[in-house]
Design a protein around this ligand. Structure first.
Ligand SMILES: [Fe+2]
Length: 277
């Protein structure tokens, strides 16, 4: 049985009936948002009770998160001293977040049940207009929790994935806004002037999505530069990231997973490779 009806507000968001008139209207709204802004934002997608239980589950797993406190540029590239000092590729910003890998999520947890929902996956597939969609095979990357502590920040960047699905489980007390500039670059034009303007705090096209607890967001971050503004207050901002692929069987490399999840996952992968030999 699909668990989605226990977690989502299907009266407001009829993802179980996408061919009915209200389901079609919901899909059309999402498709318009994705086409014009790169984002479809569904506040109160989760019921109040289920978001409370999902947030409590997440807080219980926080001690297993791998904390990252480093600097990076918006393009995930190393510094290039051949470029002028003020080039956007040479702007390195602090990143302070921590992340829980999918392999530690109990299979009976509400978040695991939500990720297992075929109704949710089918809704995402149709909203994104894709011929097929699969849950990610990689047991570390499939479903994650991201914590941004007070004082933490996720700096400006473009995504390497074509789309990202997030659930806001716990908004912070203050700050922690999801901000982005739709279509800041294209496949052929990097628009570094616009990026430099954004970094100076002068870009007029910054969009901030309202994302109270329980919001589902479908986001295309390949051409829309985005960040989470610095988190203030006393509690972390917590989001779940649900990862899907257009092809089955997708795994990240051991090096990528070690970078994201730290020594715990590095050791698991090393043990696995040793038994393969
Ligand atoms: Fe991103």
């Amino acid at each position: 049985m699909d668990a989605l009806d226990r977690f989502a507000d299907l009266d407001r968001f009829p993802v179980h009936d996408l061919d009915g008139p209200r389901g079609r209207a919901l899909l059309a709204d999402c498709q318009t948002g994705l086409a014009t802004q790169g984002a479809a934002n569904l506040p109160a997608f989760l019921s109040t009770e289920s978001v409370a239980s999902l947030a409590a589950e997440a807080r219980a797993l926080e001690t297993l998160a791998y904390a990252k406190n480093t600097r990076r540029n918006a393009y995930f590239t190393p510094d290039d001293p051949s470029l002028p000092q003020d080039h956007p590729l040479r702007r390195f910003f602090p990143i302070v977040i921590s992340q829980v890998a999918g392999d530690v999520l109990p299979p009976a947890s509400h978040l695991a049940q939500l990720y297992a929902s075929d109704l949710l996956k089918e809704f995402v597939r149709r909203a994104l207009g894709l011929p097929r969609l699969f849950r990610r095979a990689d047991v570390f990357q499939n479903v994650n929790l991201v914590f941004i502590p007070p004082g933490g920040v996720q700096p400006w960047h473009y995504d390497q994935n074509q789309f990202t699905i997030t659930l806001l489980l716990q908004p912070p007390g203050e700050g922690g806004d999801f901000e982005f500039v739709p279509n800041l670059r294209t496949a052929t034009e990097p628009s570094y002037d616009g990026v430099a303007r954004l970094f100076r705090g002068e870009h007029p096209g910054v969009v901030r999505l309202p994302r109270p607890a329980g919001t589902l967001t479908l986001f295309r971050g390949e051409h829309a530069m985005h960040r989470v503004s610095p988190v203030a207050g006393t509690r972390p901002r917590i989001t779940a990231i649900l990862t899907y692929d257009e092809e089955p069987g997708q795994w990240a490399t051991d090096a990528e997973n070690t970078m994201i999840y730290g020594p715990r996952v590095r050791d698991i992968m090393a043990a696995r490779r040793a038994t393969e030999r």
